[in-house]
Write a protein that binds this ligand. Structure first.
Ligand code: NAD
Length: 498
């Protein structure tokens, strides 16, 4: 496992600016470098948004909401724009995939075939979903007809992490716009490039001015100013649990509605009666794809003792053969981690795992040379109370923990502060449903890797989040429910002051 010399990607990247009121603008703040994770050389510079930049962007979004056509259009009319955005993402898919790979280190094979097309799909899906919404009716015995309707809320602040940035940004922007809100996106500072491209896409889609804005920059300044701004009603956040806690505290002062998509430490439980070939494929893909920088990564493999030796032997061989290298090489399966700081964090867990006494079967080291390359790592004979089994590492690291009976598997799966995703492999239909409904997490996949229908609710339990996004659930967040009570007859009104 050695990192190959990165192929020089043929991409010229202009300095990254904010996108406010339909125009790119450099802002008055300082600039910082965004690095190529394969070399750690600067790709370009990025505007570090200030409170003043945030204020301008929020004012533009506010004007677009209060005075512009966007919230007053029908869902069908907004859908025309959203589909155009989806089409433009597909038109520029190659360029976007290369930018995303250059900026994030996720292999081009994965950005080009999965992540960028999925971003377009987010727009196509929510363009339609906004028209499919249905409301509730509460008839009262011929006296009243009560029913609900929805309306857009205002300006949303969308704050996103550096992993799979374009997919996650569009996962928020599409339902936000479909609901009739306007927004200010604050992308993560370590991967700002693909978000920057979105301004151009929105210009070409002729989105009304001010509906979509971007302020680039640092979380503690630009992000915090967005959270504090009184002109913002909604904050949709994806990122670390500790940041989510900070944002909720800060959002309380202006009573913002918040959606929190946070960290995870998801179990994959494999029973002896499973299709073990497929379970092995899923276990490897689930934690080593996207460089292991995946919120739903199956980073704890809970494996039945009767298949332990055989399964881990095969697993070890597979992990040894994972192709690490230049993310632009289409054969690469794991690329460099996003940033030197993150690499250090992941490496610190490899040391912790050794000290805790887990058996290091594969990897465990940094890969020499430029870039943030870390060997795909496999720890066997882990215990669930180890830090490598409890804490989110967010890298290509899997910890395997044996179990002997179903109750123990469920107990281990649940014995963690997080509750984002879980995966269960068994061919016993009763056990599959039983275990799935015993695991306290927002999502459980049975005999499946992380395949998701956009209609289904996505989100975490416990420290993995509050709220659900996806399908109609996104609209519960991005729109306000209004109940209308209509008297059908002459109900009694108590007379005062007669
Ligand atoms: P992070 O919390 O460090 O940063 C996320 C975003 O918040 C960035 O844009 C950052 O600039 C901003 N931010 C930081 N401090 C802020 C503050 N005080 N006020 C406002 N904004 C602030 O997260 P990260 O390291 O970029 O991303 C990795 C984390 O995201 C992991 O924990 C991962 O599990 C989680 N994640 C969760 C999901 C999910 O859907 N549940 C999806 C992807 C990633």
């Amino acid at each position: 496992m050695t990192a190959q010399t990165p192929i020089k990607p043929d991409i010229q990247v202009a300095p990254v600016e904010h996108f406010i009121d339909g125009t790119y603008t450099p802002g008055d703040g300082e600039r910082f470098d965004t690095l190529n994770p394969a070399t750690n050389r600067p790709i370009t510079t990025v505007a570090a948004g200030t409170a003043e930049d945030i204020d301008q962007a929020v004012r533009a979004a506010r004007r677009a909401f209060d005075e512009g056509p966007w919230p007053r259009m029908t869902a069908r009319e907004r859908g025309v724009y959203l589909r155009r955005v989806g089409d433009l993402i597909m038109t520029y898919a190659d360029e976007l995939a290369r930018l995303e790979t250059l900026d994030s280190g996720v292999p081009l094979k994965q950005t080009s075939t999965a992540l960028i097309p999925r971003a377009a799909e987010n727009f196509y899906f929510f363009a339609e979903e906004a028209r499919r919404l249905h409301e509730a009716i509460y008839p009262v015995e011929g006296e009243f007809l009560n029913y609900t309707t929805r309306y857009p809320i205002g300006v949303a602040g969308l704050i996103t992490p550096w992993n799979v940035p374009f997919m996650l940004e569009t996962w928020k922007i599409a339902p936000c716009l479909a609901a009739g809100d306007t927004c200010v996106l604050k992308p993560a500072e370590w991967s700002p490039l693909s978000a920057n491209f979105l301004g151009r896409v929105m210009q070409e889609a002729e989105l009304p001015q001010g509906v979509f804005n971007i302020v680039q920059g640092i979380g503690e300044t630009a992000g915090a100013a967005l959270v504090a701004h009184p002109g913002v009603q909604l904050i949709s956040f994806t990122g670390e649990t500790s940041t989510g806690q900070e944002i909720m505290r800060n959002a309380a002062a202006t009573l913002k509605r918040t959606s929190m998509e946070l960290g995870g430490k998801s179990p994959i439980v494999v029973f002896p009666d499973a299709d073990l070939d497929r379970a092995l494929d899923a276990a490897v893909f689930g934690v080593y794809s996207l460089n292991g920088e995946r919120c739903t990564a199956s980073s704890r493999l809970i494996l039945h003792a009767s298949i332990y030796d055989n399964f881990t032997a095969r697993l070890t061989e597979r992990v040894k053969r994972i192709r690490v290298g230049d993310p632009f090489d289409l054969a690469t399966e794991v690329g460099p981690l996003i940033h030197p700081t993150h690499k250090e964090r992941v490496l610190s867990y490899l040391e912790i795992g050794r000290q805790e006494g887990a058996r290091l079967a594969v990897g465990g080291n940094s890969i020499p040379g430029p870039g943030n390359y870390v060997e795909p790592t496999l720890f066997l004979d882990g215990r669930n109370d180890m830090r490598i089994a409890q804490e989110e590492i967010f890298g290509p690291v899997l910890t395997v923990i044996p179990f002997t009976d179903e109750a123990e598997a469920v107990r281990i799966a649940n014995d963690v502060r997080y509750g984002l995703a879980a995966y269960v492999w068994t061919n016993d239909i009763k056990r599959g449903h039983r275990v799935a409904s015993s695991i306290k997490s927002g999502m459980v996949w049975v005999n499946s890797q992380n395949v998701r229908d956009l209609r289904t609710p996505f989100g975490g339990a416990k420290d993995s989040g509050i709220g659900r996004e996806g399908g109609e659930h996104s609209f519960h967040f991005y729109s306000e429910t209004r109940t209308i009570y209509v008297a059908l007859g002459e109900h009694r009104i108590t007379k005062f002051g007669v």
